[in-house]
Design a protein around this ligand. Structure first.
Ligand code: COA
Length: 244
């Protein structure tokens, strides 16, 4: 079957009418996954479009298919590529990968000195980020800009984030530091080697983070056996995921 082709472009004011459908899709997708999300308003998305800080995708017939935008934090020291969304009917055809590549290139061009980061609960996004040279990091390596973390207030998991003093939550943090980064080939290889472990760690982490909110029982046995033995790399990954 022929693969569907998309137009992936930098958004501008002519795309503002799509802001509503984009926000609605972000919200309903988060609900369907049962995961949290920092809510965005159509006005905010429109502003990103006007500023040339967003990427939008369409089918060849002009049907909206996907979106992502850029945010800057800590006076430009950090950039986040946020709000990635692909319309359900166009998923699993490589579109998110193309959108992330485009927004990454735009971020590198516009903010060449900035560290680029993302937070995600999904393995697909971890895979895409890894292919761009991102690596998993602890939250302490992200921006400490209050305004960024305030964006998490509308997420259902905000209470968990705060209970962990912003050191951890359901999302996995990933970072690309232009001054100190692995090559995309290395991070891609690392991801394929460890993806099963990532998946397992994410499940354990989510269970461990949720446990205190589900019951008041002691956590003393939680996570035992979660730390696999082995290479230094696996131990450092363990620290990244379980930085409680
Ligand atoms: C996550 C999302 C953006 C992925 O979009 P997509 O266009 O289907 O992703 P792609 O087709 O580009 O897939 C990228 C890679 O991830 C893999 N992948 C896709 N969905 C996956 C999933 N649910 N679990 C594991 N891997 C997955 C694909 O196989 C592909 O790998 P490949 O290159 O080896 O084939 C889309 O499902 C979505 O919009 N979800 C709701 C919003 C969301 O979760 N946004 C991310 C917030 S951080």
């Amino acid at each position: 079957m022929e693969q569907q082709q998309f137009k992936i472009i930098i958004a501008d004011e002519s795309h503002q009418d799509f802001a509503r459908i984009i926000c609605d899709e972000m919200e309903s997708s988060a609900k369907a996954r049962g995961t949290g999300i920092a809510k965005r308003s159509p006005e905010y998305v429109q502003q990103k479009m006007r500023e040339g800080k967003a990427v939008i995708a369409f089918t060849e017939d002009g049907v909206w298919a996907g979106f992502c935008y850029i945010e800057t934090w800590s006076h430009g020291e950090y950039v986040a590529n946020s709000g990635l969304i692909v319309a359900p009917s166009f998923r699993k055809s490589g579109l998110a990968k193309q959108i992330k590549k485009k927004i990454f290139e735009l971020s590198r061009k516009t903010y060449p000195e900035s560290k680029i980061f993302g937070l995600t609960t999904g393995l697909a996004v971890m895979k895409i980020n890894s292919e761009l040279g991102y690596e998993p990091v602890t939250y302490s390596e992200l921006t400490q800009d209050e305004a960024f973390w305030a964006g998490c207030k509308s997420c259902v998991n905000y209470e968990i984030l705060m209970s962990k003093e912003r050191k951890n939550c359901m999302c996995t943090a990933m970072l690309y530091d232009p001054k100190d980064h692995y090559e995309p080939e290395e991070t891609t290889q690392d991801f394929s080697k460890h993806s099963k472990l990532y998946e397992r760690f994410m499940r354990i982490k989510q269970w461990k983070l949720l446990a205190p909110f589900m019951s008041h029982k002691s956590e003393k046995n939680s996570n035992s056996g979660g730390a696999p033995e082995g290479s230094k790399r696996v131990r450092s990954l363990f620290h990244t995921f379980f930085n409680f």
